[in-house]
Design a protein around this ligand. Structure first.
Ligand SMILES: [Zn+2]
Length: 199
């Protein structure tokens, strides 16, 4: 890599830090950007620079949003008494794509994982309990993955919500063991949502 000018080396090193990008790919990106139309490179640079400033976290469901409250939470056509609990914005996007879900969401931003030192206070469970305690939620569907951490999180949530008069359901099997929601096909996900069981 040292045979490149410093600016190129710097870019390659930055690109290498992205998930799934090795040195070869980073090198290809850098070479492309060197010869790409100036406008295109400027637009890419701008969208990267603005990303963290422009993207907000919804104050209700904690998904990624353009505004303080996200589009789904503002939508009066959705069933606000039905809340689906997911690990990440990517899982929420997967359920949205399946088109089978009429309710709203709660994005935990992680899973309980004692091995990694992530306890319930590190993710958005307290906010969930508060949301349920406010009394507008009739059912929560726990749609965390079927991994050890996903199941532990589901258990913890169902225990935390027991004192409240809310129906607690778990997304059905069909989601493969250890399976991550975002990699599951939309038909399977739709079926799993429809066949959710009461915890
Ligand atoms: Zn929201």
């Amino acid at each position: 890599m040292n045979h490149y000018p410093e600016a190129v080396v710097k870019l390659i090193l930055h690109l290498c830090r992205l998930p799934g990008i090795g040195e070869k790919t980073a090198e290809r990106f850098a070479m492309y950007l060197l010869t790409a139309p100036e406008q295109e490179v400027a637009a890419l640079g701008k969208s990267i620079a603005e990303l963290q400033k422009k993207v907000k976290i919804c104050n209700t469901c904690f998904c990624l949003s353009d505004s303080e409250t996200c589009r789904i939470c503002r939508d009066s056509a959705r069933d606000h008494s039905l809340v689906c609990i997911v690990e990440s914005p990517a899982d929420m996007a997967a359920i949205e794509k399946s088109g089978a879900y009429p309710g709203v969401y709660h994005v935990l931003q992680g899973l309980v994982s004692p091995m990694d030192g992530i306890g319930p206070d590190e993710i958005r469970i307290r906010e969930l309990v508060k949301r349920v305690a406010s009394g507008t939620v009739k059912e929560v569907v726990i749609a965390t993955s079927t991994s050890v951490e996903g199941e532990a999180t589901a258990d913890y949530i169902s225990k935390s919500l027991k004192p409240y008069s809310v129906k607690i359901t778990r997304i059905a099997s069909g989601v493969p063991m250890g399976g991550e929601l975002k990699y599951i096909d939309q038909v399977t996900l739709k079926k799993a949502m429809e066949a959710r069981r009461v915890l």
